[in-house]
Write a protein that binds this ligand. Sequence first.
Ligand SMILES: Cc1cc2nc3c(=O)[nH]c(=O)nc-3n(C[C@H](O)[C@H](O)[C@H](O)COP(=O)(O)OP(=O)(O)OC[C@H]3O[C@@H](n4cnc5c(N)ncnc54)[C@H](O)[C@@H]3O)c2cc1C
Length: 306
Amino acid sequence: MTQEMIDTLRQISAPYDVWTDELMQGHTTFRVGGPADVFVEIGSEEQFSKVLAYLKAQKQPYFVFGNGSNLLVSDKGVKGCMIHVGNQFQEIRVEGETIIARAGAKLSKVAAVAAEHALGGMEFAAGIPGTIGGAVYMNAGAYDGEMAQIVTSVRALNYSGEPVVFRGEEMNFGYRKSRLKKEALYAVEVTLRLHPADREEIKAKTDDLQKRRKEKQPLEYPSAGSTFKRPEGNFAGKLIQEAGLAGASIGGAEVSEKHCGFIINRKHASASDIRALITLVQEKVRANSGVMLEPEVIFLGEFPKA
Ligand SMILES: Cc1cc2nc3c(=O)[nH]c(=O)nc-3n(C[C@H](O)[C@H](O)[C@H](O)COP(=O)(O)OP(=O)(O)OC[C@H]3O[C@@H](n4cnc5c(N)ncnc54)[C@H](O)[C@@H]3O)c2cc1C
C-alpha cells in the first residue's frame, strides 16, 4: 500500500491512528502472527463504511476481524489491511427484552449486560472469547446454544461499504456458518431477542458452564478453542485421542492432553508450528479412522507447504 493510501486511511479514521507493520500476535488468542501491512481500528459505522469503500476503490486486499479468537495468522504476517472491529466499537443498548450491540462488543460483556437486566438466553455465550460480530459470522455456539437462536436482526456493510439489514431468519445460519461468511458482509450491529429470567438462575447457569469449560478445556494456554469442526456423528477430540495424538507436538505447539480437540500454544509456538501440527493431526486421524477433520480455525497469510 502506498504512503498516500495510508495517509487517506488516517484521515478517514481520525481520531484513531492507522498503524503499519502491527504485529498480529497481540491481536489473536493463539498469540502468534506476524505484521499486518496496515491496521485500522473501527470507531463508527461511517468510518467503517468509508474504509471499505476506499480500499475497494484502490483494489487493496483487506480482512475484517474481531477478537482474533478463531484466527491463525502466518508468521510472515498479512498483506493489505487488517480492519479491527473491537474495543472502540462496542456500545450495548437494552430495550425491553431486546439487546442491540455494536459488532465489537465482547460476548462476555453482552452476556453480563443481559444478566444485569434479568434477561436469559445468552448464558451459553458468556465463555466464548469473541466479539458479537465474529460470533454471528461463525454462528458461534456451545452447550446446546448458538447465535442463530437469539439473533433477530443484523445490520451489516457489504464489500463496497453499503449498509444492508437482515432478519435473523434471513441470515442462513448453519453449523459454524452464516450469510456473512458466504457473501462477504461485515456486521455493524446485532439485535438479540432474549427472555425475562431470574438473575440468580442466569448466574447459576453461567457459572456452571464456566466451571465445565475450566475443567475440560486448556484455558491456561493460548489457543483458538476447538481447532476442528465437529465431524458428522462424531467428535474431533475423540478421534484425535484414538489416533494416539494426545500431547503430540511440533515446536511449541501441542495437542492438549486435557482436551485433544484443542491445539495449544504450549511454549512460544510459531504459527507454522501450529499449522504443521494441524496437518499432522488431519493425516493421522484420517489414517486411523478414515475421517478428514476440517479446521474450524481460519488461516490468514502464507504458510510453508506441508
Ligand atoms: C478458549 C476458547 C474457547 C472457545 N470456545 C468456543 C465455543 O464454545 N464455541 C464457538 O463457537 N467458538 C469458540 N471459540 C472460537 C471463537 O471464540 C469464536 O469463533 C468467536 O465467535 C470468534 O469471534 P472473534 O471476534 O474472535 O472473531 P475473529 O477470530 O476475529 O474472526 C473470526 C471470523 O469472523 C469474521 N469476523 C469477525 N468480526 C466480524 C464482523 N464484525 N463482521 C463480519 N465478520 C467478522 C472474521 O473475518 C473471521 O473470518 C473459542 C475460542 C477460544 C480461544
